[in-house]
Design a protein around this ligand. Structure first.
Ligand code: SF4
Ligand code: SF4
Length: 201
């Protein structure tokens, strides 16, 4: 399966359960470039985009962030998404570099991109949404509990499909990671996005 293909399981079209009560969803280059290009042309996107946030993550906290945001697969996928930038904290503790990611905020309500007909981002939906219900926890892949796909005989090979997508996505991100930061700046300036600092617990 290639990265560009729609990666949506049959049951999701009906279910949409995981588009309500959502975790923090990090947006990769594919979503950011789509929003930068289509955001101002699509009226409905404006409100959704202004609700996005920018997360700043110090280099030393990147692994914790990858685990918290389900971007840890035995390797750190966040590292592939963007190159670190100097933050001016030259305090010698190794945290003078940080990463910036655009994210959909964790919410107990509907995702801002959920439309009447499903995800308005379509194939450009965040990576976490593309591979869900596949999760990597405790050093192994598992299907998220409560997802009806667990018992759905038509959606087999979830793990194989997911692992292949993860590999393709990591290659895709690495190819574009030098471009990611300029898109963050563009969206930040255009939509006045709020900035949050990731704190590892
Ligand atoms: S991944 Fe599972 S829980 Fe989420 S929308 Fe699809 S079927 Fe529902
Ligand atoms: S981005 Fe799309 S698939 Fe992901 S939670 Fe929002 S509506 Fe659902």
């Amino acid at each position: 399966m290639s990265f560009d293909e729609e990666f949506q399981f049959a049951a999701c079209r009906e279910c949409q359960k995981c588009c309500k009560d959502i975790p923090t969803c990090i947006l990769g280059f594919h979503t950011l470039s789509y929003l930068a290009e289509h955001g101002s042309k699509t009226e409905n996107f404006h409100d959704s985009i202004t609700g996005l946030i920018i997360y700043k993550v110090e280099k030393s906290a990147l692994e914790a962030a990858a685990k918290a945001w389900h971007h840890w697969f035995g390797f750190n996928l966040l590292e592939k998404i963007v190159l670190p930038v100097k933050n001016g904290n030259g305090n010698g503790n190794g945290n003078e570099y940080e990463y910036e990611f655009v994210a959909i905020s964790k919410s107990r309500g509907n995702c801002p991109f959920l439309s009447y007909s499903g995800c308005s981002l379509h194939a450009h939906k965040p990576f976490h949404c593309k591979i869900y219900p596949l999760l990597y926890l405790q050093h192994e892949y598992m299907i998220a509990p409560g997802c009806p796909l667990v018992d759905n005989p038509t959606d087999t090979n979830l793990v194989d499909m997911g692992v292949s997508l993860i590999q393709n996505y990591a290659i895709f991100c690495e190819k574009h990671r030098s471009q990611y930061h300029s898109l963050v700046i563009q969206l930040k300036n255009q939509y006045n996005l709020a900035i949050h600092h990731f704190k590892s617990t």
